[in-house]
Every structure is written in C-alpha cells, then in structure tokens.
Design a protein around this ligand. Sequence first.
Ligand code: NAP
Length: 398
Amino acid sequence: MAEKISQRADGSLLVPDEPIIPFIEGDGTGVDIWPASRLVFDAASAKHGKRIEWKEVLAGQKAFDETGTWLPDETVAAFREHLIGIKGPLTTPIGGGIRSLNVALRQILDLYVCLRPVRWFTGVPSPVKHPELVDMVIFRENTEDIYAGLEVEEGTPEAKALISVLKETLGWDIRPDSGVGIKPISETGSKRLVRAAIEYAVKRGRKSVTLVHKGNIQKFTEGAFRNWGYEVTRDEFSDVAVGWDDCDGKPGDKILVKDNIADITLQQVLTRPTDFDVIATTNLNGDYLSDALAAQVGGIGIAPGGNINYVTGHGVFEATHGTAPKYAGLDKVNPGSVILSGVMMFEHLGWQEAADDIVRALEATIADKIVTYDFARLMEGATEVKCSEFAAAIVDRL
Ligand code: NAP
C-alpha cells in the first residue's frame, strides 16, 4: 500500500517501497515530457520491487486555467506534506504578482540548495574535445543573493527613498536615475550551503569542494561566503576535510576545500575540468556556472536539477529548461532533463540501483544513436525519434 515518505529523528528519509510522490506535469512541453519520463520511472522502480504512487498537483498555466491561481496552496501543502516531489517546466506569469513560480516554491519551502550534477553521458554530442573529463556537482545557494529579489525600480518613490537613505547614512553617491538591488549573503545561508556540499562530498567519496566567489571585489558578501565556508570546514569537518591554507594544498586522504574567483572559474572549468569536483557557490555565480557547464555536456535538453533542504527533508526535483512553447504538444523535445532529475530523486531516496539502471539504459539508447531532434541535429547517422519513442527505447534497454 502506498505510504508517505517521512523523516527519521536523525534527519534522514524513511522511504517506503511504495511512496506517494507529488508531481507537477509542467506547462508547454510538460505534456510531452512528463508522460515519457514517468514511463521510465515506473519501469525502473518495478524492476527493483518498488512502485511510486504519483499524485498530480497543479502549478503554472494549468493551475491558473483550472483554479485562477498560479501556485495553489494545495500544491505547496502537498510538497510540504510528502517531502519529495518532481516537476516539469513552468510558464513564468507575465505581469502577475509572482516573479517566478520556481523561485516562489524554493523560497516557500526554504529549499536552500540548488543541486546540479554535471557529467557527460557516453555518446551525447558536445562542443568540447573531452567532455568525459567533466564530472562536477554544483551546490548553488538558492535563497539569498539575487534570489532574495530585493530591488526597487528607477524613478519610483521607493528608489528615491533608498538612494537618499544610503546617502545620509553611509555617504554613498548613487546616480539618481538608478534602479537599486540589494544583495544579502548571510553567515547562516552560506554555512548551511557549504555544510551540505561537504556532507555530500563525504557521502559520495568526492575529493574536493571548491568555494566559488567574487570576494576580491565584494568582500563582505562574496568574500564573507568564502570565509564562512572555510570556517565550517574547520569547525565541523576537521576529521574528514581540510581547507587549502590549513594543509598547504596537501589534504592527505581528507577532502580538500579550496576557493576560486568566479570569473576565472568559468574559464578553468573549460580548460582544466579535472580540477573541479564539488562546487559550492553563491546564487548568481551558480546560475552562470551551471548553464555554462551544462553546455559542455549536452545542453539544457538533458541538464537535471534538484532543490533541497537537507534539514527539513524537503526536495523538489525539476527540469532546468523552460516550457519551449513552440514545441508544446508535438511529442518532439528531449525528456532527458526530467528523466535525469528523476535519477537524482531516486538517488536522494536511496534507490541507487534503479537510478544506475536508468543511466545505463539512457547511455545505451544514445549509443545506438536513437535520439530526439536536439541531439540528432548534432550527430551523424542518428535516428531521430519522438519524445515518447526515446523514453520507450530507454525502457527497452532497462
Ligand atoms: P526554454 O523553454 O528553455 O527554451 C529555449 C530553447 O531551449 C528551446 O527553443 C530549445 O532550443 C531548447 N530546449 C528547451 N527545452 C528543451 C528540451 N526538452 N529538449 C531539447 N531542447 C530544449 O526557454 P524560453 O523559451 O526562454 O522560456 C519559455 C518559458 O519557460 C518562459 O515562460 C520562461 O519563463 C519559462 N522557463 C521556465 C523554467 C523552469 O520552469 N524551470 C526555466 C526557464 C524558463 P531550440 O529552439 O534550439 O530547439
């Protein structure tokens, strides 16, 4: 019988063999991608004696059409109650009160880690010579920095008031015709993010955690993020991890925690990918980095993501691309992003074997050159198939 996922006293998840998992189908191409992905999830679960009871919840255009709200309370309540969920892409309402539904969900549930593993799957077309060297896991802070959404529009009374307060109290000269944004980065937010990254590195046998920041310029936000990251390493993980300065770059068998400036990082992930393993970074840096890295291993059609609060146990796994409206309902696009987000979800649930099976079957499908349009246009001799056919081919190879 299907049951809820719950949390043990030590914070870990208690996952029944038949968990109830809420899902949002997603707008646009969600109608194509979701059923295709679900086929794969159900087949992989069944192979290992598991079954997911899917519970549909609404958000985005579908929710607006049916209920008049973009993000109904019941949807948030379902994610809260069932701890783990998965979603397709959502239309961003234009001119509504909600900046972005994805951001709203992350903030309401305080999903402070945006987890983006970036690795290459055999056969996937890539613009770089050695995509197989890319194997990084990005921990991007999900609640602060630009995601705090604190900004005022140029010319408004709010902007004028803020500019004048800043002049009076701090002596800052800001051009009167400026919009102004605030970039908060806290000790709490930084430490819990780096803590999660180090814990992940320990659990998965990773070798290093790189703190990526722009602390050379923004010392009290980005620079503080770096310092707090080293502080967590020293105060909480000294038995398993060590900061660069505390070991002169020679960590022995411990995890090395090091740091890198954001701009040079964007260059080095391309030229020296093996220098990077787990990456912990602030929100905006993480935004750029995850998309730039995704391009090296096949692009947004197959880049997965998860938004997680490791303390409360909540997690929402999601496609990282948008709704691609021009392809909606054509059964055309690549379902890889949601399928691999499901792989992340399975790993998070402790269903490692089922997760590994999906990855193997996906690689076998691509190795047979059975791919959707986005890969077909980059591969020679490929057989272009529909979204649903790609999923069926994966199921055949499970
Ligand atoms: P998009 O939907 O991500 O589409 C941009 C391009 O990416 C597509 O034209 C297509 O490229 C490629 N693409 C997207 N999904 C793909 C897939 N499954 N397989 C293969 N290729 C795929 O971005 P957008 O057009 O800027 O945004 C459309 C809507 O989505 C907006 O309302 C936006 O706010 C929203 N959005 C939502 C999310 C989310 O829910 N996480 C994220 C981003 C955007 P080609 O044209 O080259 O084939």
